[in-house]
Ligand binder design. Structure first.
Ligand SMILES: Cc1ncc(COP(=O)(O)O)c(C=O)c1O
Length: 333
């Protein structure tokens, strides 16, 4: 596979994801809901072990790690983190070490992403949520120090790879969608929001490719709208500054949809579980209870309420999470 330059400021990229991902019509679902058309960007198909949105971001982050001569990837997240599992898989594939600092109950079930992290040979520290909340930075520093003391060259990146480098993954995805649907198609483009890198990349892609007939809408699944307005703006500002993109606040609007968060991160809502079952039965497509089922539920409510712009195609970015679903079979007993 050869790389195709995206933008003059695009950083180095290591090809890791299976791209482009398909963009499909959900014709059974739209018929069932009496909606004219629904489209799904299948970023759950970016690879098997690396499935989901994280691998697009890791393409850029890992290129940087390799350029710096790192031999070990260090990152953190929840014990069912899709990001950590994708990092573990890629580390094994590239012959790198992997150290994961995971926020976890004392005896987590050995299932889903955690099971795979172990299978990929990651060195794992399970940290109780209370300790993780107050000592995260010390834990990361200690992990880095231990790796160095063992003679390794560790490279750290934070949860979700939602840093300016990682944002390029969804700038590229935005371009892929434009190429698939044509530049003249008006699109309302939806994605789940948690560590903010996916939505920030899509917002930047819209601005960089001057796609004025696309509206980008984020659906938070873990925190409040004011939290995400600030979090996403900071990531946009940092990315614009680091890569000298010369974009303004007006060119990078943040449009968020409320109502999908429920009681908080990783606590599925009844509506999300119903949507997950509906999509499985009508389309044979899997969602996950933490991110995509909540967000698609909000997306479908938005479309059903007639809030999509007249003439625009509603497109949802499926960001993956299938292994998280496997770890939550209990929700469907
Ligand atoms: C399956 C899945 N979907 C969506 C998200 C949210 O994406 P982001 O963290 O880039 O906001 C995540 C990770 O947080 C995820 O694992």
């Amino acid at each position: 596979m050869t790389d195709v330059a995206l933008h003059p400021r695009e950083p180095q990229r290591r090809l890791l994801a299976v791209l482009p991902t398909p963009l499909v019509d959900l014709s059974n679902l739209s018929r069932a809901l009496a909606i004219p058309r629904l489209l799904l960007k299948r970023d759950d198909l970016t690879g098997l072990e690396t499935s989901g949105n994280k691998i697009r971001k890791l393409e850029y982050v890992i290129a940087d790690a390799l350029a710096e001569g790192a031999d070990t990837l260090v990152t953190h997240g929840g014990f069912q983190s899709n990001h950590c599992r994708a990092t573990g898989a890629v580390a094994a594939r590239l012959g790198l070490g992997c150290r994961l600092i995971l926020r976890s109950p004392e005896h987590p079930q050995n299932d889903g992403n955690l099971f795979l992290d172990r299978l990929f040979g990651a060195r794992i520290s399970l940290i109780h949520p209370a300790q993780y909340a107050i000592e995260k930075q010390q834990l990361i520093d200690a992990g880095m120090a231990e790796e160095r003391a063992a003679g390794r060259r560790p490279y750290f990146f934070p949860v979700g790879a939602s840093i300016p480098l990682g944002c390029w993954g969804y700038i590229r995805c935005f371009r892929e969608i434009l190429d698939q649907l044509g530049r003249d198609t008006p699109i309302d483009l939806f994605a789940p929001v948690s560590s903010s890198g996916t939505i920030a990349g899509l917002i930047l892609g819209r601005a960089l490719f001057d796609a004025q007939n696309v509206r980008v809408l984020g659906i938070p699944v873990s925190d409040s709208l004011p939290f995400f307005q600030a979090d996403i703006r900071k990531l946009l500002d940092d990315t614009i500054a680091q890569f000298e993109l010369g974009l303004t606040v007006n060119e990078t609007p943040i449009d968020l949809i409320d109502g999908s968060i429920g009681e908080g991160y990783a606590i599925p809502t009844p509506a999300a579980l119903e949507t997950l079952k509906l999509v499985a039965r009508t389309e044979g497509i899997l969602l996950d209870p933490t991110y995509t089922a909540k967000a698609i539920s909000g997306f479908l409510d938005f479309v059903k309420a007639g809030r999509v712009r007249a003439g625009a195609l509603p497109v949802f970015v499926h960001t993956g999470g299938v292994f998280g679903l496997m770890a939550r079979r209990d929700l469907f007993e």
